[in-house]
Design a protein around this ligand. Structure first.
Ligand code: UDP
Length: 331
């Protein structure tokens, strides 16, 4: 019998690569499956990690992987994640984020693989009625990205009932920050996220940061988000895996710090961390942005024994700034 292996789809992307690095450092054998549409081969930095270039919907390739390796669990990151694009081209999102993973689940069913860690999102809640958000908040996504993930959660519940495949739905809040050593980081093209956009405005890669809306019902009028460090997310995947290996049942957990920061507060913190001014312009609201998204992360602590270690967004900015200033934010 070959060594127990974890298959990580999308492991060459932002959150995936930080998780692969952590799992490998704990002695886990990892195979990454990534189609390289958004992944970076350079993001796989740990020795012994095999990178297979291909799609999660390629049954023949999956059969080969499940036959060659003793795959104990799948950690599934591979997905498209541009909210705006998902509204304009929903079928692309339903195809890639909802339909393609069905082939992966069929392969898991047929090869007897029973554990699935799923990158879900707070976007499945849509505009929450109560903040901080608990897992029992109604899920009512307001864009195709959120719906594509919401639907895969329901499919996974059915896979538990019918095929005994157990899942942990990790509902991420705002992933941010980079590996503190600066070895790997966040490199999206196009880049739309707040923290890298702020730092790109500092380095001059973009002229200025546009603040999307200043008339929200929040103390300073800008949106409030719960920024969760990428290494805390990575840690939650490892803990989710341990939970399933201990016989845990299918469950959903929010991954956030429980603290919210406004866009203006993040800009102020960026000025402190970089010692430079952030050129800013104030623009209109971006469609589909709820005023406040803050996690109640208490279930993750209860069920997984997980809690965010890096609650101060200054740390996220410091680690992202190291990546941006030393590497230009690019692989
Ligand atoms: N945001 C902004 N300007 C930007 C990018 C983002 O004002 O160039 C705001 C956005 O409206 C939201 C917050 O920053 O309130 C975080 O946005 P991001 O795209 O990073 O993550 P999201 O909350 O959409 O997952």
């Amino acid at each position: 019998m070959s060594e127990r292996t974890i298959l990580v789809t999308g492991g060459a992307g932002y959150i995936g690569s930080h998780t692969v690095k952590l799992l490998a450092s704990k002695g886990e054998k990892v195979v990454v499956l990534d189609n390289m549409v958004f992944g970076h081969p350079e993001a796989i930095v740990s020795e012994g990690v095999e990178l297979v270039v291909g799609d999660v919907g390629d049954r023949e390739l999956l059969d080969r992987l499940f036959t060659e390796h003793s795959i104990d669990a799948v950690v599934h990151f591979a997905a498209f994640a541009y909210v705006g694009e998902s509204v304009e081209n929903p079928l692309k999102y339903y195809r890639n984020n909802t339909a393609e993973p069905i082939t992966l689940l069929e392969a898991m069913r047929d090869h007897g693989c029973k554990k699935f860690i799923f990158s879900s999102t707070c976007a499945t809640y849509g505009t929450p009625e109560i903040v901080p958000i608990t897992e029992s908040e109604k899920q009512a996504p307001i864009n195709a990205y959120g719906t594509s993930k919401y639907m895969l959660e329901r499919i996974l519940e059915d896979c538990d009932r019918a095929h005994d495949i157990k899942s942990v739905f990790l509902r991420y809040f705002n992933a941010s920050g980079c590996d503190p050593g600066g070895e790997i980081g966040e490199d999206h093209n196009p880049e739309t996220h707040l923290i890298p956009r702020i730092l790109m405005a500092v380095t001059g890669e973009v002229d200025k940061l546009t603040v999307f809306g200043t008339d929200y019902p929040t103390p300073d009028g800008t949106c409030i988000r719960d920024y969760i460090h990428v290494n805390d997310l990575a840690d939650a995947h490892e803990k989710g895996l341990a939970y399933l290996r201990d016989g845990g049942d299918t469950t959903a957990v929010n991954l956030g710090t429980g603290r919210g920061f406004s866009v203006k507060e993040i800009i102020d913190a960026a000025q402190q961390v970089t010692g430079k001014d952030v050129p800013v312009e104030y623009g209109d609201r971006r469609a589909g942005d709820p005023a406040q998204l803050i996690a109640d992360p208490s279930k993750a602590k209860e069920v997984l024994g997980w809690e965010a270690q890096y609650k101060d967004p200054a740390y996220h900015l410091e680690t992202a700034w190291k990546w941006m200033s030393e590497r230009g934010g690019r692989y």
